[in-house]
Design a protein around this ligand. Structure first.
Ligand code: SF4
Length: 309
């Protein structure tokens, strides 16, 4: 390694956290070379992350703005939904993470007293859904997750609980017997309320037998799984790759839900696919799979998701 490369690696290590789960390290060795590269590219530090590019920032969705940020770990930008940033930890750190300020750049997680969030929910009765995100909520010890989930579901207006997770593909062991028992408890205690998982999955080859088993275990509890995907250069930037993903999700019992245009977060510009090309890819995808398997192609913002146009 040359001296400039060593310097770049040291600077990357200083600026951004890196984590690649043991599961992914082993699983990548079982894949074809192209699939393995596409998988590891998402989590491997790259000197291009050090370029400062206009339009890219640590908080591209302005989630830290006071008007939608009542607590350090809560974002309230839709009238009916509350985003709960339950942890800064993930089994992998995606280099393009929207919430890089909480994950790769974490300065330590800030937990709000649960009673304060419950009071907030009670006083905002239009909120009917709490979304656990982060970080990855499957990194929470099951008893901590259960305590939080119970607190939120005990609020009368909360009918829906959602978990956004990357772990079904990157660390399926985190959906442990203990976590499944916590979900089963919630399903029994709050039988009239809905729990759903939205799994972040970017390519068909990420779906392992362990992922399929995890989805089946959730289905047995009456918990449905949806998928969100980020369009990424050199990972899934063609219609055939996305069509394979949609078919593989369907075969695994997961409903394609959103395809996200990249959020312009610091250090992620090399993953971006320009809108013109992205829209062509999406138009081709619509010809390759039935309409019911086509995810909605959206761009997120402080004001919420909008179709990419
Ligand atoms: S798993 Fe999710 S929250 Fe964690 S780094 Fe990846 S995109 Fe961000």
């Amino acid at each position: 390694m040359t001296a400039p490369e060593q310097g770049a690696n040291a600077e990357l290590a200083r600026r951004f956290r890196t984590r690649i789960s043991t599961f992914i390290r082993k699983y990548a060795t079982t894949l074809e070379v192209n699939d393995s590269q596409a998988l590891l590219l998402q989590f491997t530090p790259d000197a291009r992350e050090l370029s400062d590019i206009i339009g890219f920032s640590d908080d591209p969705l302005h989630e830290e703005d006071a008007d939608i940020h009542p607590f350090g770990d809560v974002v309230h930008k839709y009238p009916n939904k509350l985003l709960y940033l339950s942890t800064d930890e993930c089994p992998v750190y995606c280099r393009y993470c929207t919430r890089k300020r909480k994950t790769l750049l974490s300065q330590g997680h800030e937990s709000t007293q649960l009673s304060l969030i419950a009071e907030y929910l009670e006083s905002h009765s239009a909120i009917n859904e709490v979304i656990f995100s982060g970080g990855d909520p499957l990194m929470l010890p099951p008893k901590d997750f259960l305590l939080r989930a119970r607190t939120f579901l005990n609020v009368q207006s909360i009918d829906f609980l959602r978990l956004h997770t990357r772990a079904l593909t990157t660390a399926p062991n985190l959906l442990s017997a203990g976590f499944l028992a916590a979900l089963a408890d919630l399903r029994t205690q709050f039988a009239g309320k809905t729990i759903a998982f939205v799994a972040h999955i970017n390519t068909a080859s990420e779906i392992s037998d362990r992922t399929r088993e995890a989805v089946e275990a959730l289905n047995r509890l009456g918990i449905r799984c949806y998928a969100q995907t980020v369009l990424l250069r050199d990972v899934n930037d063609d219609a055939q790759t996305l069509a394979l993903l949609c078919k593989a999700l369907s075969a695994a019992g997961v409903q394609p839900y959103y395809l996200h245009q990249l959020d312009r977060v610091t250090g992620s510009a090399h993953f971006e696919v320009a809108d013109d090309e992205a829209l062509q890819i999406y138009a081709q995808l619509r010809q390759l799979v039935p309409r019911y398997l086509v995810p909605e192609f959206v761009r997120d913002s402080k004001q919420g998701k909008k179709p990419v146009a």
